[in-house]
Design a protein around this ligand. Structure first.
Ligand SMILES: [Fe+2]
Length: 291
């Protein structure tokens, strides 16, 4: 079998992997090596690795520990794009605040996200990452004591977006709303596979700390966000065509600076795993400038 080699991208998380041949099936030794690396590092980058949507979906399921006995039976959706070019693509423009996909959903937890650079003009807007596991581990004692027994209310609504955008009119605001569906999660959330604790609040969709007056909740969340998104903690992935980036959507959060419709083509083919029981509806978007 061919071996893979990995290079750390930051001290806390992220590895660039070389030597993967995108073939189905991968042998057991390779699968074990990739799973171990994924759980240790939270994000894997495969530079300039030509692969199709089927391999992308296959690898996504394998990395979260699922067996794929029949790769032909995988759910394949090759229209699931993040793009400023493709019709009906998600997030076609704007800046995205830090988040984990579906943190606000009671139904569909997304353990893994992958993006493949299908059409990438330069200079391409990067995707940004932080580690919420590292953020918990490095949380100052005083802050940790304040949140250890606390829960957060996750809720997807434009009011929270607007507040967190802090006047930046480029921020993309989805018109999707979770309405009455408020999800409560521990601030220190246990990762279902690795058992590590995650600082489970995000800029985009954490509405408040439960059972705390508004002003105190805002101040505490702001202190947590300052720690999570501190200078020097971010990893930027600068896209080139043919890149595959796979990450742990619970351990890491992602964001991006502004994308312009008229800017260079930026079409990223997306998979998530496990594939959700309820289909994800395509939300519509506007920026704060239009909202
Ligand atoms: Fe996202």
């Amino acid at each position: 079998m061919s071996a893979i080699t990995a290079k750390d991208l930051t001290p806390a998380f992220g590895s660039e992997v070389s030597g993967l041949e995108p073939r189905i099936p991968l042998d057991e030794e390779m699968i074990d090596a990739l799973r171990k690396l994924f759980d240790e590092r939270g994000l894997l980058v495969f530079r300039k690795t030509p692969l199709d949507i089927k391999f992308q979906a296959y690898l996504s399921e394998l990395l979260i520990g699922n067996d794929v006995p029949d790769p032909d039976a995988l759910y394949i959706n090759d229209k699931f794009m993040i793009s400023n070019r493709e019709p009906k693509a998600a997030a076609p423009y704007g800046r995205l605040l830090y988040h984990s996909d579906q943190m606000w959903s009671a139904k569909d937890r997304v353990d893994l996200i992958s993006l493949f650079g299908q059409e990438v003009g330069q200079p391409a807007t990067p995707t940004m990452f932080v580690s919420a596991v590292d953020a918990w581990e490095s949380l100052p004692e005083k802050l940790r004591a304040q949140v250890e027994q606390r829960s957060a209310i996750q809720h997807y609504d434009s009011e929270v977006y607007r507040k967190r955008a802090a006047g930046d009119t480029d921020v993309l605001v989805s018109t999707y709303e979770t309405g009455e569906d408020f999800v409560t999660t521990p601030v220190g959330f246990t990762h279902p596979r690795t058992g590590k604790t995650i600082l489970y609040v995000c800029q985009q969709t954490t509405q408040r700390i439960a059972d705390m007056p508004d002003g105190e909740s805002d101040a505490l969340l702001n202190a947590l966000f300052d720690h999570l998104y501190a200078t020097g903690k971010e990893l930027a992935h600068h896209w080139q065509e043919g890149d595959l980036v796979v990450w742990d959507n619970l351990a890491l959060q992602h964001a991006r600076p502004n994308v312009a419709i008229a800017g260079p083509a930026r079409t990223l083919r997306k998979t998530i795993a496990p594939f959700p029981k309820s289909a994800i509806k395509g939300p519509t978007y506007g920026t704060l400038a239009e909202a």
